[in-house]
Structures are given as C-alpha cells and as structure tokens.
Ligand binder design. Structure first.
Ligand code: NAP
Length: 509
C-alpha cells in the first residue's frame, strides 16, 4: 500500500487538530508534521504537536526541514535533531532526516523509523544510489529522493528508482514531474504526497488530496493498472483526465489517465514516447494528443514503422496514439468524426445536406484541418480565416477552398461559422474570435472551445437568435471512438454524458 500523505504546514500548534482532521476526512492515509513550519518550536511544542496529531489515529512522519535543504527551520543543527528525537519519543511513526545530516548525526534514532532523504531543487536528477549506500551504512527504513523536473522526460529517473526499489520514495518536483506522484502507487512507493488544498503545498507539483482520490484514482491503482494520458502543452484545460478516469470508475476498468505536459518540442515529444516504450512495466497503452503535438505524433508513428490511417494522413494530424502489446504503434484522428457528428446532430441533417453549405472556418491549426477535411469531403463551400495569412492560404490550397486574413472577418457571411482557434478559452473567457455584430439570426455558430462550455462567442450568437453548437458535443463524440481505440472497449454516449454531468456538478458549473 502506498500511503497518501498530506503535509501539515501550519504555523501554530492550535491549528494542528483541525488540519489533521481535514486531512483524514479528505482521505489521507498518513500525515507529515512539518515541524519547521511551526513558529520557533520547542521540544515541548513538538511533543504536544505529535500527541494532538496522534489522536486521529493516522500514521505520522515528523519532519523538521532545515533551510539548507529547502525547509523553514533556521535554528542550530543539534537542536533540530533533538526536536526530531523528541517527536519519536512522543509517538511519531517515522522521522525524516536528510542524507547530509545522517552522516554527522548528533543523536541516535530508531533505524526502523528513519526515512533518509535528499532534495535537489536545482538539478533534474536524484541522489538515489548514494541514499541506498548510506541506508546500508547508517540503517533506516526508507529512502526518499526528490529532485526538480524541468521537463517531462526528467520523470524517468524517479520512475526507474521506484521500479528498482519498490517501498522507497522518489519524486520529480514541479509541474513537469506530476506523473511521478500519480504513478507512485502503481510502482509500490512507500508514499506519495498530496496537499490539503491549493496553496497548501509543501513542495512544487503536489496535487491536492481530493484530486488524488477523486480524479486520479489513488485507491484503485494497482501494479496491473493500465496507463493512458493526454499529451499537450498546456494540458491543464483538458477535460480528458476527468472523462477517462470517470469512465474507468463507472465501468470498473483498471486504468488511470494522466495529464502529460510535454514541452512544445519534437525532440522532447520523441524522447517521452521513446522513454515510455523502453519501460514496458509502466504499462502505457496509448495517448490522446492535443496542441501542439498532433503533427509530432503523426511523424513519430510513421518514422517508427507504425500505422497511420488514411484520414489522419490526409488531415496531417494524429490525436490518438495507440501502443499495442507488441509495441506496434497506430495513429488515428477522431476530431474529424467528432466535429462532423456534432454538426450533423445539431442540424438534424444527413451528410449530403451539407453539400454547397457556406462555411466560415476561423483558424488554420490542427482542429481547423480536421473540420476543413470533413466539410470539403461532403461538398461544403469553405472559407478559412486565420491570423497567419500564409497558414490560411496553405490549408485552403490543400483542400480547394477560399481563404482570408482575420481582418476580412468584418464581411463574413456564411450559413455555418466555426471557431477553431483557442480564443475565448479559459482563462481569457471575455475574448472572442468574431465580433458579435457580425453574427446573424440565421447562422449556425459552432465553437470548438469547450472550456467554458458557453463561450462569449456562443453567448453573443444566442443573443442574436442564432443556433449554437458547443465544443463539448464534439469532444464527447470524438471520445466515444477514441476510448474504444485506446482501451479496446466500447462506451456509450449516455455513460459519457453521465460522467461529464457528475464532473460539472462537482465543479459547480
Ligand atoms: P493549433 O493547432 O495550435 O491552432 C491554433 C489556431 O488558433 C491557429 O489558427 C492560430 O492562428 C489561432 N490562434 C491562436 N491564438 C490566437 C490569437 N490570439 N489570435 C488569433 N488567432 C489565434 O490548435 P488546435 O489543435 O487547432 O486547437 C484549437 C482549439 O480547438 C483549442 O484551443 C481547443 O479549445 C479546441 N479543441 C476542441 C476540441 C473538442 O473536442 N471540442 C478538440 C481539440 C481542440 P495562427 O495560425 O495565426 O497561429
């Protein structure tokens, strides 16, 4: 069992019972009492702090991190070690002592209760082997290695450590290192940290205990859990982790779906997929791929002997990357199907009824490519508007449509208007790609942005009396097919709608 451990970072002893009770009710399996956050703690304070925390029957780690190791404690080293010894005497289950300190320890600790740790806030690699050596020399129950990740590929060192030594603690800190925290239970780590709430993190990259439990399925993860994720930059806005993890819960599927923040570089994208494939024990089965990696995914599959379906090749983008049990790769594009279905459903029309329909596509990126491919396939008359005019021209030439720069939007006149840019997406929700005055009652306005569900563009279109289509409809439609490709299981739209409704209810929107 991997303890879901919540650091208690309060500054006064009186706050401890409330904080530990909150950790317990949020589902923590252990707490780390950060004694260094207390104001000038005395040995008596430490005793009281541990006794108060123990009343709630959660296992306790006592940590008093010195400033030289990234903590808050500024006092003398012998005083710090005495506080830790005091914590053990008062009933703490474990104390955390740094590798640099254990070499010159001034007091004796019970080896069975000792966590020997190292933290590096500068370098993107850990001191794991050194820690193991010193565990042999000085004794100790567990080693803990934390270092700062600069990019997602820096996570592999921590994941390798956990694979080599289950029962230890290894993590890459920072936003780029989040997956080391989320996969800790799959790899049998002693613990993984989670914060009590936003702003209460004791180290960069900690997610909240609520997210660990509700969103990332901490309690359901086992060594056999299959792993998936969405590759993008950014990925924070993506609904995919909520959808997939919700579906795994709803259908009893042993899987976990992660946000994979892969920096916008082909080299890092390739390095990440290579790294995953070299580590079959991670059980990655495939990915959703979003901005800006859809082209990288297509190239990766092709240059590694994989299969790209004809539609993705035509669109020039892969949003679904599958790795089968023989390490064979396949790339697909489900955006096309999802977007076309969303339009047909909203209009209550058949494909042939879109023939000769006038359509304005705003944007010329990955999603615009899927829509332009789909709409020209059925004979619609498409005009592309884009900020980078050259990109609009290139896309239009490829699919035989008209094109304009964004300034021409003023004279836009089309039956169907589609936003394929990120304008209006959270957090810039008051931006809009098309001025409200241009919108008309007899238009159908489709915004592919789904966060927020009702963008300013859709709000203004509704005010004009136009018919609207939101991005969630496209997202759900594409997810039905993508889920099947990634997991080999079918899922109905009804189940997806149920999961999304539950998610929105929890978030209150
Ligand atoms: P992309 O390939 O990066 O393309 C982005 C497009 O937006 C480009 O045309 C870009 O113009 C334009 N753009 C971005 N910022 C702009 C600004 N400030 N002013 C003017 N134009 C701007 O991204 P993508 O993969 O096509 O995704 C676009 C959007 O689609 C996403 O933001 C997402 O909300 C939505 N989406 C929805 C779904 C769904 O299922 N509903 C799925 C995927 C994506 P330039 O060419 O000039 O840079």
């Amino acid at each position: 069992m991997t303890y879901l451990t919540v650091p208690i970072t309060v500054s006064s002893i009186e706050q401890i019972p409330t904080a530990v009770a909150a950790a317990l009710s949020a589902g923590a399996g252990m707490v780390e009492l950060r004694l260094d956050y207390l104001d000038s703690p005395s040995p008596r304070d430490v005793c009281t702090a541990v006794e108060l925390a123990k009343k709630l029957s959660l296992p306790i780690i006592a940590t008093c991190r010195a400033q030289w190791e990234g903590g808050e404690f500024a006092g003398a080293e012998d005083q710090r070690q005495l506080l830790l010894q005091q914590a053990l005497k008062a009933g703490a289950d474990y104390v955390d002592i740094e590798l640099a300190a254990i070499k010159n320890k001034t007091v004796e600790f019970d080896n069975d209760k000792l966590i020997i740790s190292s933290h590096d806030f500068e370098r993107a690699s850990g001191d794991f082997h050194n820690l193991l050596e010193h565990k042999k020399i000085h004794g100790g129950k567990v080693v803990k290695c934390a270092y700062m990740a600069q990019k997602i590929t820096d996570c592999f060192a921590a994941l390798d450590m956990l694979h080599e030594q289950p029962g230890s603690i290894a993590m890459a800190m920072g936003e780029a290192g989040v997956i080391t925290r989320l996969l800790a239970s799959k790899l049998g780590a002693f613990l993984t940290f989670a914060s009590l709430g936003e702003g209460k993190e004791s180290a960069p990259g900690q997610v909240t205990v609520q997210e660990m439990k509700r969103l990332y399925r901490h309690d359901a993860i086992t060594v056999d859990t299959k792993v998936y994720g969405v590759i993008g930059y950014p990925v924070g806005h993506s609904l995919s982790p909520a959808l997939y993890n919700g579906l795994f819960d709803a259908t009893g599927f042993n899987g976990v779906y992660l946000p994979l923040l892969v920096e916008p570089s082909r080299e890092i994208f390739n390095g990440f997929i290579d790294g995953v494939r070299q580590r079959k024990w991670l059980d990655f089965q495939g990915f959703s791929v979003t901005i800006p990696h859809k082209g990288n995914a297509l190239e990766y599959v092709k240059s590694n002997g994989g299969h790209v379906d004809a539609l993705s090749e035509k669109i020039g983008a892969v949003n679904t990357l599958v790795i089968d049990s023989n390490d064979q790769l396949s790339g697909y594009n489900t955006d096309y199907l999802g977007a076309m279905q969303a339009i047909l459903e909203a209009l209550g029309a058949q494909q042939n009824e879109l023939k000769a329909m006038t359509v304005a596509v705003v944007g010329a990126g990955g999603v615009a490519r899927s829509l332009v491919a789909g709409l020209t396939d059925v004979g619609a008359e498409v005009t592309i508007y884009n900020r980078t005019v050259e990109r609009a021209r290139k896309l239009a030439d490829e699919f035989g449509c008209r094109w304009h720069g964004r300034s021409e939007l003023q004279s836009l006149d089309a039956q169907l208007v589609i936003n394929c840019t990120s304008i209006g997406m959270y957090p810039k929700v008051e931006d809009t790609p098309i001025c409200g005055q241009i919108l008309k009652k007899d238009m159908v306005v489709f915004d592919t942005v789904y966060n927020p569900l009702e963008t300013r563009l859709l709000r203004e279109a509704k005010e004009k009396g136009a018919k609207t289509i939101d991005g969630l409809r496209m997202f759900v439609n594409q997810a039905v097919r993508q889920y099947e490709m990634l997991t080999g299981r079918e899922v109905s739209k009804k189940i997806i709608d149920g999961v999304m409704a539950k998610y929105r209810q929890v978030r209150g929107n």
